[in-house]
Design a protein around this ligand. Structure first.
Ligand code: FAD
Length: 366
């Protein structure tokens, strides 16, 4: 048999209605895949969060989980594969080629669509990151299949992927199923799914596939890498402690109180959308549906009403503390601890209390 990829499909022949059997063409698609996103030697942790989710879906379907690793020949894809096995993959597909060093849409789309056409997974998950969103859209379009973006929950209904996401400005959740085409594709934002436990005793097999593309085939050229100035300073999605300010902080100068508490706690600072829109803090710090999804151990929200579009981005936090003057504010419906009071008075008290408590603890340890 030739190793050459099959030609781009042909949407799988035959439609499968909501309650009908899958057609033979669709039945050939088996397994759950995760696109493993990496950049400059580091895997984006969202890929491991998705690997944990892929494992759960695959166990329900009784199929294998595979990771897809694409990159330059000198990139540590084999080391990433070991991590992928530890997080739940049974197999990794590798596409190694010099033109895959540094993300560009064309070669990555070709690599991933060729792999799908040859090995036919039924489900493919990608992080809803800048790279994942760009790649998922072009791969789904090239394959002529469905893609559900920014999912908050994944399940199996019959043999189909039931992908849930917010809709109508976040006020409703809808569940979308791709019944007639394969693979069923979904993107999921960082921190929406839990990080799975590593099991270093696990191993898996590797399958290589050539890309069959040369530099002159690619329109986009990578001239220089300019790191994002905020990249190492704002790490909201993976912060353990976040102090967030909302419009109830009244004016930008009062945000100093948020920063003071964050500094004492070693926390990141977050904000609601109105605060970002007013220019009180940078857009990278927005928490919520159109901002970041976070899962810290402690989330302190001051002057935040708790609107649904904010809530969806932070409700998985282990402990939520809300400070609000309005005892009927929606945030008190899901906060673990609530302080009814003026944030401008409560925040300095919290800052001083934590400062003296932490100072005492440090002195005790010393
Ligand atoms: P407000 O709703 O104005 O609430 C201020 C709160 O502060 C009130 O509860 C008030 O009682 C309290 N307060 C007032 N004074 C004090 C005081 N002195 N001390 C303590 N508390 C005080 N929002 C997001 O946050 N993130 C998103 O990603 C996001 N995406 C959106 C996407 C769409 C499509 C839409 C339509 C909206 C989105 N929003 C988002 C906006 C969202 O609907 C709310 O408008 C927003 O979250 C409210 O922000 P807030 O809580 O800071 O302000």
């Amino acid at each position: 048999m030739s190793d050459a990829p099959k030609p781009a499909p042909a949407r799988p022949a035959g439609r499968a209605g909501r309650n009908t059997e899958l057609s033979e063409a669709l039945k050939a698609y088996k397994g759950v895949w995760v696109f493993i996103e990496h950049d400059r030697g580091h895997v984006n942790p969202v890929s491991w969060e998705l690997m944990g989710e892929a494992r759960k879906l695959a166990d329900k379907l009784q199929v294998d989980v595979a990771g897809v690793l694409m990159g330059g020949p000198d990139e540590p894809l084999d080391a990433f594969a070991k991590d992928a096995y530890a997080f739940g993959a049974d197999r990794c597909y590798f596409v190694r080629d010099p033109v895959l060093k540094g993300y560009r849409n064309e070669p990555f789309t070709k690599g991933l669509t060729d792999l799908v056409n040859k090995h036919q997974p039924e489900i493919m998950l990608l992080g809803a990151t800048t790279m994942g969103r760009d790649l998922a859209g072009s791969v789904a379009t090239t394959l002529g299949t469905g893609l559900t973006a920014d999912c908050t929950e994944l399940n199996i209904d019959g043999r189909a992927l039931a992908a849930t996401r917010p809709t109508f400005g976040g006020s409703l959740l809808c569940t979308i199923m791709t019944l007639a085409y394969r693979p069923q594709m979904a993107t999921i934002r960082p921190r929406v799914m839990q990080m799975p436990r590593r099991d270093d005793s696990r191993s898996g097999d590797g399958v290589e596939m050539p890309l069959g593309m040369i530099e002159t085939d690619i329109v986009t050229k990578l001239l220089e890498f300019i790191p994002d100035a905020n990249r190492n300073t704002v790490n909201l999605a993976y912060a353990d402690v976040i102090v967030t300010g909302g419009k109830g902080m009244k004016q930008p100068d009062n945000f100093k109180l948020i920063w003071d508490l964050a500094r004492v706690l070693g926390a990141e600072v977050g904000g609601t959308r109105p605060v970002v829109q007013a220019g009180w803090i940078e857009a990278d710090r927005q928490v919520g549906q159109t901002g970041k999804t976070v899962r810290p151990k402690l989330y302190i929200a001051a002057g935040v009403s708790g609107a649904i579009q904010h809530r969806v981005g932070m409700e998985s936090s282990d402990v939520i503390v809300a400070i609000n003057t309005d005892p009927n504010a929606p945030i008190f419906e899901f906060a673990h601890y609530g302080i009814v009071g003026n944030a401008m008075q409560v925040l300095p008290v919290l800052t001083e209390t934590f400062r003296s408590y932490l100072d005492k603890r440090i002195r005790k340890v010393a």
